[in-house]
Design a protein around this ligand. Structure first.
Ligand code: ZN
Length: 124
C-alpha cells in the first residue's frame, strides 16, 4: 500500500462566538492543510497519483476558503469554523470527487491552525 500526501496553505479569518476565551474575537490564521491518499495500484508512470493533480484537486476546495471570513460562508455560517470542522469539510468535499473513489482513495485531511496545533479527520 502506498500513502501519498501534499501540503497547501490558505489564509482566513474566523471567530468562535461562544468560546470562553480570546478565540471568541475575530482573528486570522495561516491554515496549513495536509491531504493524504492511499492505494496499492500504480499507474503506467509508477505513480499512485501525480502530486500536481492531487494539489490541483485540493486547491479547488481550498480556493473557496482562502482569504475569507469563514463564519460568513457555508457551512461555517451554521457550524463553528473550528479546525475540526474545517478538516471534515475539506475531507467531505474531496471524498465526493470521483477521482478518489477507489484507487487512490482519500485517507485523511490534517489541518494545522498553528505550527503546534493540528486536527486529523478520517473516516476509516
Ligand atoms: Zn482561531
Amino acid at each position: 500500500m502506498f500513502e501519498l500526501s501534499i501540503y497547501v496553505n490558505f489564509e482566513a479569518a474566523h471567530c468562535l462566538p461562544d468560546y470562553p476565551g480570546k478565540c471568541r474575537r475575530l482573528h486570522g490564521h495561516n491554515w496549513r492543510v495536509e491531504v493524504s491518499i492511499e492505494g496499492s495500484k500504480l499507474n503506467d508512470l509508477g505513480m499512485l497519483m501525480d502530486f500536481s493533480i492531487l494539489k490541483m484537486e485540493v486547491m479547488t476546495v481550498i480556493n473557496v476558503l482562502d482569504h475569507q471570513y469563514l463564519n460568513e460562508i457555508y457551512p461555517f455560517n451554521e457550524i463553528n469554523p473550528t479546525a475540526e470542522n474545517i478538516a471534515k469539510y475539506i475531507y467531505e468535499q474531496l471524498a465526493a470527487k470521483s477521482i478518489f473513489q477507489s484507487n487512490p482513495r482519500l485517507l485523511a485531511v490534517k489541518v494545522w491552525e498553528s505550527p503546534n496545533s493540528a486536527v486529523i479527520y478520517r473516516e476509516v
